[in-house]
Design a binder for this molecule. Structure first.
Ligand SMILES: Nc1ncnc2c1ncn2[C@@H]1O[C@H](COP(=O)(O)OP(=O)(O)O)[C@@H](O)[C@H]1O
Ligand SMILES: [Mg+2]
Length: 201
């Protein structure tokens, strides 16, 4: 198992609309690891994902994948490396059958995913509709059985407790805490930034 991080970023900063929305964000993720991101609205979680997936370019800082600097790669070039992004609302092509959708996904990769890999992911697709709470089993399967590195933005602490190996807490464009959820959740900075805001809003 490689000890170098599988996916990482260093000192990312981003300006949007003339304002600094991310400042010096660094994180690393290893294969098979689930990293949770929490933080109040406006913390910069979505903007960070947009940079990591390749839709936004950072003002400064770098993104690495498998030891390679991928800062200059577009969204689709990153997708071909195996970096996938999902959204709060899943977007699937309505005109394709489940089988055709999976075939298309399989063929998006070079080298091609094996038929086994593609079919292995099929139970996950069915479970999402059947029961949203099954998401934690899907993520467990992806990370612990398929050795996929997972970064998840999630507000439900119960879900993170059960699946996240580590979490980072963001507030106002910065990482204000990181570590195991149980260790950081009661820190005054996290309480102030996250729970107070959640209650207020
Ligand atoms: N396209 C944009 N132009 C200007 N400001 C933006 C834009 N997108 C997001 N922001 C601002 O950047 C900050 C971070 O937003 P966002 O990344 O969506 O945070 P989160 O996902 O944590 O709620 C917020 O203050 C938001 O208003
Ligand atoms: Mg968001």
């Amino acid at each position: 198992m490689p000890e170098t991080p599988y996916f990482s970023c260093e000192d990312l900063s981003l300006d949007l609309g003339g304002r600094e929305v991310l400042r010096n964000i660094s994180l690393e993720l290893r294969e098979g690891e689930v990293l949770g991101i929490i933080g109040p609205n406006g913390a910069g979680k979505t903007s960070l994902l947009e940079i990591l997936s390749g839709r936004y370019r950072p003002k400064s800082g770098k993104v690495y994948f498998g030891g390679q600097d991928i800062n200059e790669l577009s969204l689709f070039e990153r997708a071909r490396l195996g970096i996938g992004r999902t959204y709060q609302t899943p977007i699937v092509p309505e005109e394709l059958t489940v089988g055709e959708t999976m075939k298309a996904a399989r063929q998006a990769f070079r080298p091609l995913l094996t038929r086994f890999d593609a079919e292995y992911s099929a139970p996950a697709a069915g479970l999402i509709n059947a029961e949203i709470d099954e998401i934690d089993q899907i993520l467990r399967m992806l990370s612990k059985e398929m050795n996929v590195a997972v970064l998840i933005v999630e507000h439900r602490i119960e879900l993170l407790v059960s699946i996240a190996d580590r979490v980072i807490v963001m507030d106002a464009g910065e990482i204000i805490a990181r570590g195991e959820l149980a260790e950081i959740i009661d820190s005054p900075a996290v309480r102030a930034a996250y729970f107070e805001t959640q209650r207020a809003g």
